[in-house]
Each structure stands twice: as C-alpha cells, then as structure tokens.
Ligand binder design. Structure first.
Ligand code: 3MF
Ligand code: MG
Length: 344
C-alpha cells in the first residue's frame, strides 16, 4: 500500500565516512551514480546544494551558472528525478569562515548575498521554487565576537535581497542551535518563523524541521513540526535521529527513539502533510563502520521505518484515544500506544 508521501534525500547522505577524527573509509560515489541510486532506493527528489548543481560555482559568471544548472536539470530529467530545493553552501568557502550573511567583514557579506542570488537562479533552472537556508556559521564561538542585534539585521537584509532578486523563490529556514558554531543565530523554528514575519514578504519565508536539530535544542521534533504546520510554514522536514545531546549524528530515522519517530509521523498525518505536496526529506548518515557496497542501507531503512510508522498511526484505534482523553486517563492511552507499537 502506498502511503501517499514523496521522499527526498541529499547527495551528501551517501558519503565517504570521514569524521573530525579520521579520514574517509569508503571510496567516493560519483554524482551520476548517486542519482541513479535514488529511484532504486525508492526516492523521487534530490535535495541540492548550489555547488552540487553547479560544481566549482565560484568564479563562474551568472550566465555560466545557468548553463551548468541546465545540464544538471537534464541529468535529473534522465533519471526521472526532480530537485526539491537548492541551498547555498556558504560554510565551505573561506569567505564564510565567520558566517556569510553575518560576517563582520562587509566584503564577505556582499559575497554571501551574491552567491545566494546565484542559488535562486539555479532553483529557477532546476524548476523548484524552494531555497533552503541552513545558517551553518551564522553565529559565534564567543558572544563578544559580533553585535548580535546587527547580525540579525544582516540576516534580514540577506533574505530580503534574495526575495527581491527572484520573485518566485520561497525560502525555508532550517534552524539548528549549534554545530558547527558554539551558538547559532535562529536556533529554533520559532526564531525562523518570527524572522520570516520581519521580512519584506513573510508569505515567502517558512521553515524546515530536522529531527536532530530540534533534539539538540532540547525540543520535541513533533511539536516543532506541529507549530510550523499551525502557521502554514512546514515546507519540508529532514527526518533522522539523535542519541542524546552531542554532535549532530544524523542517525537513521527511528533508530534511537522509535516512539518519538512515531509522533513525528503522527503529526505529519494530523496535518495532512501529503496533501501539501511537500516532500519527506531524510538527512541521514551511514555509520562510519559501514562497508562501501552497503553504505546506502540507512536511506532505504529510514524510509521503510517511516512507512511502517504511517501504518501504525493509521491503524491506532481512534475510539481508545477518545475514551482515554474523555476520562483523562493518559496512563491508559500511553499503554495503548505502547501495545500498538509492540504489536499486541
Ligand atoms: C546540517 C544539515 C545540512 C542541511 C543542508 C541543506 C548538510 O546539520 O542538516 O546538511 O540539511 O545543508 O539545507
Ligand atoms: Mg538537514
């Protein structure tokens, strides 16, 4: 039975396994080969960074960027895939070392906005309206490093510049509280939606919730999703999992906390997410121990867990939920949920 959801992942989710403490442990998979794997693994859409779509984007003219993006569009078409979104990868460039939009150096801020405009051009060519902003290095290692009030205004300037440059794009902010910075600006979906309301075109700014990012902020991902949905602002999700407060683990969906995963699916079901036409994105990493020939199982596994949880949500006895709520017997409701998940 089809669940009605459409799925995406990012090419970085098939990786060589390097971490901050050791080198790669698997050979690189060519981009074209990654694209070929999408359908095989049951996915329809590709989450893209600007320099995935246009490699070595720096130094290319706007015209060349559009030409190269058109070539990528053909590659996607050939595989029967679409681009879900394009995200400016500001955090790998030396000019983004102090953040792009919020850098103290005005030349770096100009660069970041220019690059983001190119990202919007690429989105046009790839046929998607959505730009994702993960504000990776827009924050500080020490609070004294920046004027945080000014920094938030710089973020607004950057978003307004993108909205003005391209009247079609919609910007989904992907909040994350920390890593790579000690503290990030816009650490939660509440901040993201509030910032969107402060822009010149609030209707074109929304959010993307990543499970691990909510958890790292000490928040519940399903409630974060619910908040965004209540505001009509849940424009994508990055489902994964996270075992406690540490680095961003990007574990397979449901692998650390199946109950929390169930609740994320439940909220997407409550909000009729498939009807919105938006994608269920995964942002998951294979374990570093995984051998090369099986280093994509985490993607198919995460999708399979999602679909099984959709069945669990749909088959939960609604009458029991109603009775337990009416009698305010949440112990009974909890046991009914656990029985259901355990297969009793
Ligand atoms: C970092 C992330 C990012 C974003 C990606 C697209 C590298 O924690 O989640 O993945 O998802 O940049 O916005
Ligand atoms: Mg993500």
């Amino acid at each position: 039975m089809s669940s009605g959801y459409c799925f995406s992942f990012g090419p970085w989710n098939i990786s060589e396994g390097a971490d901050p403490f050791g080198p790669t442990v698997r050979p690189s998979v060519a981009f074209a080969e990654k694209l070929r794997l999408y359908k095989e693994l049951g996915f329809d859409a590709v989450q893209m960074h600007d320099d995935d779509a246009v490699p070595e984007i720096e130094g290319k003219s706007a015209a060349q960027v559009e030409k190269d993006a058109a070539e990528m569009k053909r590659m996607l078409d050939d595989e029967g895939l679409v681009a879900e979104f394009v995200a400016p990868r500001l955090w790998e460039d030396p000019r983004g070392v102090d953040g792009g939009y919020t850098a103290n150096d005005p030349e770096c801020r100009v660069w970041a906005i220019d690059r983001s405009k190119r990202t919007c051009d690429i989105a046009d060519v790839l046929g998607t309206k959505m730009i994702v902003l993960w504000l990776a290095r827009e924050g500080t290692y020490i609070r004294e490093a920046k004027n945080a009030i000014q920094a938030h205004r710089h973020l607004l300037d950057a978003i307004n510049a993108m909205l003005a440059h391209n009247p079609r794009v919609e910007i989904a902010i992907e909040p994350k509280p920390n890593e790579p910075m000690d503290q990030a600006y816009i650490p939660s979906i509440g901040h993201a939606i509030a910032l969107g309301q402060m822009t010149d075109d609030p209707a074109r700014v929304g959010g993307l919730i990543e499970t691990a990012h909510s958890l790292l902020a000490g928040l519940d991902a399903s409630d974060d999703m619910a908040f965004a949905m209540a505001a009509g602002k849940l424009w994508s999700v990055h489902l994964n999992d996270q075992n406690g407060l540490k680095y961003d683990q990007d574990k397979s969906f449901g692998s650390a906390n199946l109950r929390a995963a169930y609740n994320q699916v439940r909220v997407l079901e409550l909000g009729d997410y498939p009807q919105t036409g938006r994608y269920v994105g995964l942002d998951v990493k294979a374990m570093r121990t995984q051998k090369a020939d099986v280093a994509h199982k985490h993607l198919a596994n995460s999708k399979a867990v999602f679909e099984r949880l959709v069945e669990k949500v749909r088959s939960f006895p609604a009458d029991i939920e109603e009775q337990c709520r009416a009698s305010r017997d949440y112990e009974a409701l909890e046991m009914a949920v656990l029985d259901h998940l355990l297969g009793k």
